[in-house]
Ligand binder design. Sequence first.
Ligand SMILES: NC(=O)c1ccc[n+]([C@@H]2O[C@H](COP(=O)([O-])OP(=O)(O)OC[C@H]3O[C@@H](n4cnc5c(N)ncnc54)[C@H](O)[C@@H]3O)[C@@H](O)[C@H]2O)c1
Ligand SMILES: [Zn+2]
Length: 354
Amino acid sequence: MKLDVKTKEHSYDIIIGKGILKNCASYIVNTGKSPAKILIVTDENVAQFYGDTVCESLKTIAEVKLVVLPAGETTKSLGYLSDLYDEAFSFGMTRTDLAVALGGGVIGDLTGFFASTVLRGIDVVQIPTTLLSQVDSSVGGKTAIDVSWGKNLVGTFYQPSLVIADTATLDTLPDEEFSSGLAEVIKYGCIWDKDFFDKINSAADRKGLMKIIDEIVYTCCDIKRQVVEQDELDTALRMILNFGHTAGHIVEKAYNYTGYTHGEAVAFGMIIAARLGERLGITEEGTTKRIEETIKKFQLPYDIKITHEALSGITLDKKTSGNSISVILLDKIGKFNMHKMSTTEYVELLKEIW
Ligand SMILES: NC(=O)c1ccc[n+]([C@@H]2O[C@H](COP(=O)([O-])OP(=O)(O)OC[C@H]3O[C@@H](n4cnc5c(N)ncnc54)[C@H](O)[C@@H]3O)[C@@H](O)[C@H]2O)c1
Ligand SMILES: [Zn+2]
C-alpha cells in the first residue's frame, strides 16, 4: 500500500506492508536519490531484530554505518544528538548523504532532528517499527529532543523523503507498546471516521487487529496526512489530533510520567473528553459508553483516579491562550468539535465528571 503526502517543500511516499523491510534499498532508489553514505540510527531492541535486514539491503546501494543507541525516552537528548553529529562527521558524510531512522518515535524524533540540522539538512528516511510511530510520529514532519525544561521543547518541522512502515515488525512489539499505539488508532476513529472506529471494534483482540493491520496503519496515516496537509505548521486543524491529550497530559503529569504510558493516559483522556462533551450537551449521548467499551476491550485503562487537589493545581499546556482553552470534543463518533472555554470552567467541569 502506498500513500502520497504533499507538503510545501516536496511530496513523499509512505509505503505500508508486511515484510517490506528487506526491500528498503529499492524503495530509496525509487525516490531518485543516490546517497554514497547512509547512517542508520536505531536502538538496541530494534537492532537485535531488524538491524541486519536493513543493513544488508542498504549495503547494496551505499556505504552503511549502523549506530545503535540505548532504548527509551532519555535517548532523545542533546547528549545523543551530539553523538550522532560525531558519528556523521567521522563517517565523512556530505549533504547528499542519507540518514535512516529505524525504530520507534524516540529514534524517529531524534534522527529527524539530527538530519534537519546536520550540514544544514540532509535527507531522512523513516522506518517506524512501533504502532505509535507507524500511525503517528513518522507522519507530519515534527522532530524533537527533550531538554531539562521539558519534553519536545527543542525541535524542527522537517519532512522525511520516504516512510517505510513494515507492519510485520509489530509482531515483536511488547503488548504495552502495542496498546500505547492503539490508543492513537482509536483516536483517529473518534475524531474522523466512524466506519474505521467500527472496524477496530470488530476485532476481538491484538491478533484480530493484526489481521487488518495494513489497513489500520494506512487509514491512520491517511487521516493524519489530510489534517497535516491542511495545517503543516501546527496552528489550527492539527489541534484535533490532541483529542484525549489534554486530560491525558494531566494524568501523565499527576503520575510523574511513570504511572501510565502516553497511550494509556490518552485512552482515559478520550473517555474524559467524551464525558465532558456529553455533560456540555455537545456530544451525542451514548458516545462515552462506546468509547469506554472499546478501551476496556483492548485492555487500556478506563478508570484512572486523580485528586481534586491535583486538578486544581494543574497548569494547562500549550493548548491554552490567555484564560481560555481549546478542548477537542466530539459531536459524535467520527466527528470532532473544537470547543473554546475558560480554563476555570474547564477545571471545574473536570472536577464534576472525573
Ligand atoms: N514527531 C511526532 O509527531 C510525534 C508524535 C507522537 C509521539 N512522538 C514521540 O514518540 C516517542 C514515543 O514513541 P514510541 O512509542 O514509538 O516509543 P519508543 O521509540 O521508545 O519505542 C518503544 C519501545 O519499543 C521498542 N521497540 C521499537 N520497535 C520495536 C519492535 N518492532 N519490536 C520490539 N521492540 C520494539 C523500543 O526499543 C522501545 O523500547 C515519544 O518521544 C514522543 O514524544 C512524536
Ligand atoms: Zn499522542
